[in-house]
Write a protein that binds this ligand. Structure first.
Ligand code: SAM
Ligand code: DTB
Ligand code: SF4
Length: 328
């Protein structure tokens, strides 16, 4: 069994990231097999429950109010519509339902009460419930936990050094604080980042270093390839090279052996063969559904074909396995 380490050095991570790519994939695939069933892939569905109009200035994001994008702004969806959408996701084979809100932070108001109702309702369907809604206080995290939240997504996105070139309206420490609040409430942590924003290899290494030296590794680590959206400052960024994606996934797999490494945004631009390389390198989770939050994603039936070809199996919900609604 692989030793789980929280004392990785930047030098070690840099050396892994820069290994000859075939050696890197082989090592990652080996670590993956020692720690996980490589045929099992978690399928998560995303729903944007509150879209656009966000006060933050994240340079990649089509939902920031200050950029002129085609995103249709929408206030918080009614609880029943969200539950209906979760039911559909379940019918399509998802075991995790993730609700996204374009907020800087969660506020203690009627919207938050409704979010708690959404979490309860999705939980009652036997799905794992995840949310990504910006910063959370310790008290809000506790309430989310009590409502049945399984995991909270809050990405570091890039290295601490590069953070201010991507986002100026909050700090890296704000991000880490929320991750701590989530962890302390007993909610699983989902945190990763984006490549293809013009960052250096050292920034990628720095972000992976922060994630892998948290007191406990995140249970899931999404690796997003930037989806350049017209109207955002990063609209002209070139497509991410597949080998960069493979290096990120493989390195995350080696240093965080048991985390669910999620092949996230950008998958829509990848061929079946490219996605297969990512699974070989240790990715074991995807977002399914025709849409991510606001941008297109791979068609559900196309993913079914891919899973069939590669003999991959969607992960059973841990909740169904145990026949219980208790989470975490
Ligand atoms: N507002 C909350 C927050 O920022 O944490 C939650 C929603 S936000 C859209 C969730 C994550 O989506 C971001 O942290 C970022 O990693 C990812 N994301 C947003 N726009 C993206 C894009 N154009 N390409 C790739 N990932 C993106
Ligand atoms: C994550 O790391 N990737 C997802 C999820 N967490 C919330 C979001 C990707 C968003 C891509 C751009 C969009 O569709 O708006
Ligand atoms: Fe707002 Fe989140 Fe988009 Fe940043 S990433 S602009 S916080 S919705």
């Amino acid at each position: 069994m692989t030793e789980i380490r929280n004392n990785w050095t930047r030098e070690e991570i840099r050396a892994i990231y820069n290994m000859p790519v075939m050696e890197l994939i082989y090592k990652a695939a080996t670590v993956h097999r020692e720690n996980n069933d490589p045929s099992e892939v978690q399928v998560c569905t995303l729903l944007s429950v509150k879209t656009g109009g966000c006060p933050e200035d994240c340079a990649y994001c089509p939902q920031a109010a200050r950029y002129h994008t085609d995103v249709e702004v929408h206030k918080l969806m009614p609880v029943e519509e969200v539950i209906a959408s979760a039911q559909e996701a379940k019918a399509n084979g998802s075991t995790r339902f993730c609700m996204g809100a374009a907020w800087r932070e969660v506020r203690n108001n009627r919207d938050f009460d409704n979010v708690l109702e959404m979490v309860k309702g999705v939980n009652a369907l036997g799905l794992e419930v995840c949310a990504t809604m910006g910063m959370l206080s310790p008290e809000q995290a506790q309430k989310m936990k009590e409502a049945g939240l399984s995991a909270y997504n809050h990405n570091l996105d890039t290295s601490e050094e590069n953070y201010a070139s991507i986002i100026t309206t909050r700090t890296y420490d704000d991000r880490i604080n929320t991750l701590e609040n989530v962890r302390n409430a007993g909610i699983h942590v989902c945190s990763g980042g984006i490549i293809g924003m013009g960052e250096t290899v050292e920034d990628r290494v720095g972000m992976l270093h922060t994630l892998s030296t948290l007191p406990q590794h995140p249970e899931s680590v999404p690796v997003n390839a930037l989806v350049p959206v017209e109207g955002t400052p990063l609209e002209d960024q070139p497509k991410v090279d597949i080998w960069d994606m493979v290096r990120m996934i493989a390195t995350a797999r080696i240093i965080m052996p048991k985390a669910r490494v999620r092949l996230s945004a950008g998958r829509v631009r990848m061929t079946h063969e490219e996605q297969a390389l990512c699974f070989m390198a240790g990715a074991n989770s995807i977002f399914a559904g025709d849409k991510l939050l606001t941008t297109p994603n791979n068609a559900v039936n196309e993913d079914q074909v891919l899973f069939g070809k590669l003999n991959l199996r969607p992960l059973e919900s841990f909740k169904e396995e145990k026949h219980t609604s208790v989470v975490c």
